[in-house]
Design a protein around this ligand. Structure first.
Ligand code: NDP
Length: 417
């Protein structure tokens, strides 16, 4: 089966490692902006895989560039592990060339000051009640086109979104008649030793964290100020951490796809030092996405900041500690109340030894490969645009155990108030 992977950053590195371990992928084309990164990875992986690996340069912002490459390679499936800015261009190119599409993050506009985008965004804010720059409406709008083409688009197969949504489908299938409350808890107990760095792409990460929080309750969105809701939780394998309520993309799809759900919240852990740095950068305008004029040339502040910060891919050797990501479900089984916590604990150094990447890239890259294998192998079938919770969770869960992300179930968890 021919697979084309777009992007060659932290998440892609792990996803490609794992694709090379899965015999379903016989030919893999690594295509990214910087071809030398693809070449280096191909050289490293070639001796230990039966897959034939080739590399190419592609500009994923350009429909023409993508189509030219896809027409030549003829992929069965395309895994997009570049940036959310490129989702729509890559989906367009997949439709043009007859390839299935898989990604790990929903579409986000790169230039949030573009008046045409802004008008649609502001209408959505008024209608839906949350102000995040990203949402599923753009990609869900491709459903008819994928249906007509007889192709599958699988959205959001990272860890969160991705595994958290599969956990939800699994809990509903095996543990509940109805799920009423979902709390998604994302804890990174890793320490990289830098005063400030982000664990994945800084632009995407800082935009997400500095935005308003929101959660879904009784059929509507409730928005909070950034970091307004704080809780403490004692995470297995990590210990006690502060966590904050954020808006997160799987809340939107789970609210649509999980019947009878009353509330969905997402919490992520942050240390005080991270938050102080981020507030300071925001206060001085370094998180701005609109270009400013500096000494006669235009620069985008957050892109300049990205150039100064450590490359997330370089954090692997320095990061020690564990991540713990999972979901606490509350609902009803056979008329009785039931609570379940499904989670994964992942060790940064073990991930690094295996793939050269830290656990945040690892926990995203492994499910990126698994979702791609579900589509490529025809295990998850269907024409149209889908989120992962819409398919049978069992084969995906089995693959999580096999490819390095085993899960645990606690049937008596401490709940979050
Ligand atoms: P990186 O910045 O490390 O990697 C992005 C890669 O995409 C780089 O190789 C980059 O090229 C390439 N790229 C960027 N723009 C283009 C373009 N126009 N054309 C071709 N290639 C391009 O990001 P991460 O690996 O950290 O993240 C990858 C994706 O995973 C993101 O969409 C992120 O949001 C998502 N993610 C999802 C998570 C989840 O749990 N669902 C968690 C973490 C991340 P170059 O090497 O030249 O810079």
């Amino acid at each position: 089966m021919k697979l084309m992977v777009i992007g060659c950053g932290g998440v892609a590195t792990v996803a490609i490692h794992k694709c090379c371990e899965n015999p379903i992928f016989t030919e893999i084309l690594l295509a990214s902006r910087t071809k030398s990164k693809c070449d280096a990875l191909a050289e490293k992986l070639a001796p230990s895989t039966n897959a034939e690996i080739t590399t190419a340069t592609v500009d994923a912002d350009s429909f023409e560039s993508l189509v030219a490459l896809m027409k030549e390679f003829k992929p069965h499936t395309v895994l997009n592990v570049a940036l959310p800015y490129q989702d729509l261009t890559i989906m367009d190119a997949c439709l043009e060339c007859g390839a299935n599409y898989v990604d790990t993050a929903n579409y986000e506009a790169e230039d949030t000051d573009d008046p045409e985008w802004r008008a649609i965004y502001e209408k959505r804010c008024r209608e839906k009640g949350f102000t995040a720059y990203f949402d599923y409406s753009w990609q869900w709008a491709y459903d008819e086109r994928f249906k007509k083409a007889g192709l599958t688009a699988l959205l959001g197969t990272g860890f969160d979104p991705g595994v958290t949504s599969v956990y939800t489908a699994y809990a509903l299938k095996h543990y509940f008649d109805e799920i009423h409350y979902i709390d998604i808890l994302d804890c990174n107990g890793g320490d990289h030793g830098y005063p400030f760095a982000t664990n994945f792409n800084p632009e995407i990460n800082l935009r997400e964290v500095s935005a308003n929080g929101s959660y879904w309750e009784d059929g509507r969105w409730i928005e909070t100020a950034p970091m307004e809701i704080k809780r403490e939780y004692n995470f297995d394998g990590v210990g006690m951490k502060d966590m904050y309520l954020l808006h997160h993309e799987e809340i939107e799809s789970l609210a649509k796809n999980i019947p009878n759900v009353k509330r969905i919240r997402f919490f992520m852990t942050f240390g005080q030092s991270y938050l102080t740095h981020m507030n300071c950068l925001q206060n001085v305008g370094m998180l701005g996405t609109a270009p400013i004029n500096f000494e006669g040339r235009e620069i985008v502040p957050i892109k300049f900041l990205k150039a100064l910060l450590p490359d997330p891919a370089s954090l692997g050797p320095r990061t020690v500690g564990k991540t713990n990501i999972g979901c606490i479900f509350r609902g009803i089984k056979d008329g009785k109340e039931r609570n379940i916590y499904i989670y994964n604990v992942c060790d940064h150094q073990e991930c690094y030894k295996e793939t050269g990447a830290q656990a945040v890239s690892y926990t995203t890259g492994v499910p990126a490969m698994i979702g791609t294998a579900m589509v490529a192998g025809g295990i998850w079938k269907g024409a149209g645009v889908f989120n992962v919770e819409e398919f049978d969770p069992d084969p995906y869960m089995e693959a999580l155990g096999k490819y390095g992300l085993p899960w645990q179930v606690n049937e008596n968890p401490v709940l979050v108030d």
